[in-house]
Structures are given as C-alpha cells and as structure tokens.
Design a binder for this molecule. Structure first.
Ligand SMILES: C[S@@+](CC[C@H](N)C(=O)[O-])C[C@H]1O[C@@H](n2cnc3c(N)ncnc32)[C@H](O)[C@@H]1O
Length: 250
C-alpha cells in the first residue's frame, strides 16, 4: 500500500489560525510527524494518530533530515494518511523541498497544505500592513542562517532591495545582522520590530536598526521574527507614546 504524505502548515501557533483543510487532515491522519514548535492544542486535533516529534537538534540538521525523509517514506507504505506538520507555512524556510523530492522520487504522492507564515502573523499582531501604498511595494522573507557546506546567503542584498523585510531565524545573530545591514548602507534609523510568539501571547519591541541587538536581547526564548522597514515607523511612534503614558501614570 502507498498512502499520501500531506505536508501541512500548522500556522504560527494560535490553533484557530489553522486552515480547515489542515484541521480535517489532522483528524483523518493515522500518523503525524511534527516539528518541536507545534503547540499541543493543534496536535490534539490528531485524535486517532500516532504522534511522532521530529524536531531537529541544532548542528545535526542534515542527518536528522535524512532520517525524517526515510521515516515519512516508511510511514506512507503502512498508512493511508500521513501528515508532516510544520510550523507556519511548510514551504517557507521549512526544508519541505527535500521531503517532497525524496518522497516523489519513490513514487509516493505528496500534497502541500499552506499555513500562515510568521511574518503575516506578526503584521496582524502589530496592525501594520507590510506593504503600503506609497511606502512599501516589496516585501522580502530572508534568513541569514545557512547550513554547513552551503554557499553564503544573499540575504543582505535582498533586504536592501526590498521596502519591508521579515528576517527569520535571526534573533540569535541580531548584533551581526544590524552590523551587516548598516555596513551595506541601510540607514541606522530604519524602524525595526522584534516580535516573539506572534499570534499567541506575543511581545513586540520597537526601535531602530542601530538598536536591534538591544531589542533582541529583551526577549525570552520563544520564536522571534525581526521586521524592518518604513511601514513600522508609525507603530514605533505609537509604542513610544504608550510607554511614556505608562511611565507618567506610575
Ligand atoms: C525554521 S523557521 C520556520 C518558518 C515557518 N515555516 C513559517 O512559515 O513561519 C522558524 C523561524 O520562524 C520564525 N517564527 C516561527 N513562528 C513564529 C512566531 N509565532 N513568532 C515569531 N517568529 C516565528 C522564527 O524566526 C523562527 O526562528
């Protein structure tokens, strides 16, 4: 027997941001392979499935990825509905292509179910449109993170070329990110928001590119996205006024 492997986007965290298709497939799944960041409330929708956590430990990504590919293929030989559940959208910084190619090369049917990516959830939490008429007509999703043996990323050029940028997997390297962007000519006063746990009990800290390292250091361990661009200027001003009002009220 050969079942179908569904690469399903779990969204940014809030269970009610899951698509109806994702929820239906979780209910039908016989086995679910899920990332570490997927919350229990979403996993509980997979009522009849065996749950397998396949979070990758940093530094052992390629071994772990080969192992996951193989487990998915083995599961498709035993089960009709196999769900591979990934945070956000499976096709955005999710190593989905490696899984799709591996499975299709073995004649296994793969379907992708999109999810809400972190950048869109962050924009929603802030009430900031990431594209804005007259301010921002381009939006780049980038990450400075590259795997061992891969060629260096061109993320700096992408950020410079776009009006708004969403930087994934960058919080741990915030000082180097700010330095690289300013050295390449990005204005130190460019508005920046660092947002943790978008779509959930999130925390957002506003400032400028020059302050990025200090902003990132204020967060506490959840998934973090860095947003950058003029579209954030008004939100930063509003956040500063709110902080000033709170100080006065004390
Ligand atoms: C391996 S990438 C996966 C991205 C995912 N496929 C997506 O579309 O959002 C993980 C990174 O996404 C970002 N991220 C994921 N969920 C987030 C959330 N709820 N709030 C802020 N950033 C998040 C963080 O930058 C995190 O390091």
């Amino acid at each position: 027997m050969s079942g179908t492997v569904y690469l399903v986007g779990a969204g940014p965290g809030a269970a009610d941001l899951l698509t109806l298709r994702a929820a239906r497939l979780l209910g039908e799944a016989e086995i679910v392979f899920h990332d570490a960041l997927v919350p229990g409330e979403i996993l509980s929708l997979a009522r009849r499935a065996q749950l397998v956590a396949v979070g990758k430990r940093s530094g052992r990504h390629s071994t772990a990825q080969r192992f996951i590919n193989k487990r998915l293929a083995d599961a498709a030989r035993k089960h009709r509905v196999v769900v591979r559940l990934k945070g956000g959208d499976p096709l955005v910084f999710g190593r989905a292509q490696e899984e799709i190619d591996f499975l299709r090369a073995r004649g296994i049917v793969v379907e992708v179910v999109p999810g809400i990516t972190a950048a869109l959830a962050a924009g929603a939490d802030l009430g900031v449109s990431l594209t804005q008429r007259g301010v921002a007509r381009s939006l780049a999703f980038v990450t400075p993170r590259v795997g061992a043996g891969e060629s260096p990323s061109t993320w700096v050029q992408s950020v410079l070329a776009a009006d708004t940028a969403a930087i994934y997997m960058g919080a741990g390297e915030a000082p180097a990110i700010a330095q690289a962007l300013m050295a390449a000519g990005k204005a130190p006063g460019t508005p920046v928001v660092v947002i943790e746990n978008a779509s959930m009990e999130h925390r957002a800290v506003h400032g400028t590119l020059a302050q990025l390292a200090v902003l990132a250091a204020q967060l506490s361990g959840g998934p973090v996205l860095i947003l950058l661009g003029e579209v954030l200027r008004k939100a930063a001003r509003a956040a500063r006024s709110a902080t000033a009002r709170r100080r006065l009220a004390r």
